[in-house]
Design a protein around this ligand. Structure first.
Ligand code: BJW
Ligand code: ZN
Length: 248
C-alpha cells in the first residue's frame, strides 16, 4: 500500500509515541480475534458470556475449558512481522509506550520491553477467592482446579467484563495517551472500555491519531490517518519507510 508521505515525515519528528493494540495484531499469528465467530465446541457461546465473572459463576468448567483451549493455542503461537515492527519502533523512538489489550504475551516474545498488559495474561492463573497465584494445578472431580491455599476455584489472571483493570497499568496508559505526540490504535474494534477511550484522550490532548485495521471502527472518523489492511504488512512497511536502512 502507499503510505502517506505526511505521516512518514511526521513520524521522523516525534519523540513521544503511544500504541494501543488489540486481537487483530495477533490474527496473523494464527490466534482468533475476540469478535470472530467462535468455532466448534464454543460456537454456541458469545465470548462476552464466557469472559465474565457471571459466566464463571454459572459454569466454571465451561469457562476454564475455554481458557485452557486458548492457552494451548497461545503456547503454539509465534510473533508475526507486526509484533516485530512494534519492537523495532520502541528502539527508534525515545519515549515509546506499548499498551495492549491482548493476553497472549506475543509483544514481549517479539522483543518489546515496555508493555502495559491492560487485560492481564492468559498464562497466569490465580485463585478466584483469595487471589493466590498458582504455578501448577490439577483438575478436581468437577474439572476445575482448586487453590492450594483456600480451596477456591482457580481462574485465568485476565480482566473480565465488570472487573477493574490493573491500576498501575491503566494509570500509565492514560498518562502515555495524554502526553504522546502520536497515538496508534492497531487491530482493535475499539468498543471495550476503558481502553477504547485512550485514542480519544490522546486526540483531545493534541496527538496525531493513526489507526491500522482491516475494517473501519468507531475511531476511524476521528483518526488523522486510517491505514486499512493487515497490521503484519502495514507496520513493517511503515517502519521501513520512516527509518530506511541508510538512515539507521
Ligand atoms: C485486524 C486484523 C489484522 C483483525 N490486522 N486488524 C457501556 C458503555 C461503556 C462501557 C461499558 C458499558 N457497559 C459495560 C461497560 C464496561 C465494559 C465495556 O466496555 N463493555 C462494552 C463491550 C460495552 N468494560 C469493562 O467491563 C471493563 N472494566 C470496567 O469497565 O471496570 C469498571 C470498574 C471499575 C472499578 C471496579 C470495578 C469495575 C473490563 C473490560 C475487560 C475486557 N476483557 C476482555 C477479555 C480479556 C481476557 C480474554 O482475552 O479472554 O478483553 S473482552 C475482549 O475484548 C478482550 C479484548 O482485549 C477486548 C478488546 O477486543 P479487541 O482486541 O478489540 O478484539 P476484537 O475481536 O473486538 O477486534 C479485533 C479487531 O482487529 C477488529 O476490528 C478487526 O477488524 C481487526 N483485525 N485482523 C489489523 N490482521
Ligand atoms: Zn485461594
Amino acid at each position: 500500500m502507499d503510505l502517506p508521505v505526511s505521516l512518514i515525515l511526521a513520524l521522523r519528528q516525534v519523540e513521544r509515541v503511544a500504541v494501543l493494540t488489540g486481537a487483530g495484531v495477533s490474527q496473523e499469528s494464527g490466534l482468533r480475534t475476540f469478535r470472530d465467530p467462535q468455532v466448534g465446541l464454543w460456537a454456541q457461546y458469545r465470548p462476552e458470556e464466557l469472559a465474565s465473572p457471571e459466566g464463571f459463576a454459572r459454569n466454571p468448567k465451561l469457562v476454564w475449558d475455554w481458557y485452557a483451549w486458548r492457552r494451548e493455542a497461545v503456547k503454539g503461537a509465534r510473533p508475526n512481522p507486526g509484533h516485530y515492527a512494534l519492537a523495532e519502533m520502541e528502539r527508534r523512538i525515545a519515549h515509546f509506550t506499548l499498551i495492549t489489550q491482548n493476553v497472549d504475551g506475543l509483544h514481549r516474545m517479539a522483543g518489546s520491553q515496555k508493555v502495559l498488559e491492560l487485560h492481564g495474561n492468559i498464562q497466569r492463573v490465580r485463585c478466584s477467592a483469595c487471589g493466590h497465584p498458582a504455578e501448577t494445578w490439577e483438575n478436581d472431580l468437577e474439572g476445575v482446579p482448586r487453590c492450594e491455599r483456600c480451596g477456591g476455584l482457580l481462574r485465568p489472571d485476565v480482566v473480565w467484563f465488570g472487573e477493574a483493570l490493573p491500576r498501575a497499568e491503566l494509570e500509565a496508559a492514560v498518562e502515555a495517551a495524554r502526553t504522546c505526540q502520536a497515538f496508534f490504535s492497531i487491530g482493535t474494534s475499539g468498543i471495550v472500555q476503558p481502553a477504547a477511550s485512550l485514542p480519544f484522550a490522546a486526540r483531545n490532548n493534541g496527538a496525531m491519531v493513526v489507526e491500522i485495521n482491516l475494517e473501519p471502527t468507531p475511531l476511524t472518523g476521528k483518526a488523522h490517518f486510517f491505514l486499512q489492511g493487515k497490521s503484519g504488512e502495514i507496520l513493517p512497511a511503515l517502519v521501513r519507510a520512516v527509518w530506511p536502512a541508510e538512515r539507521a
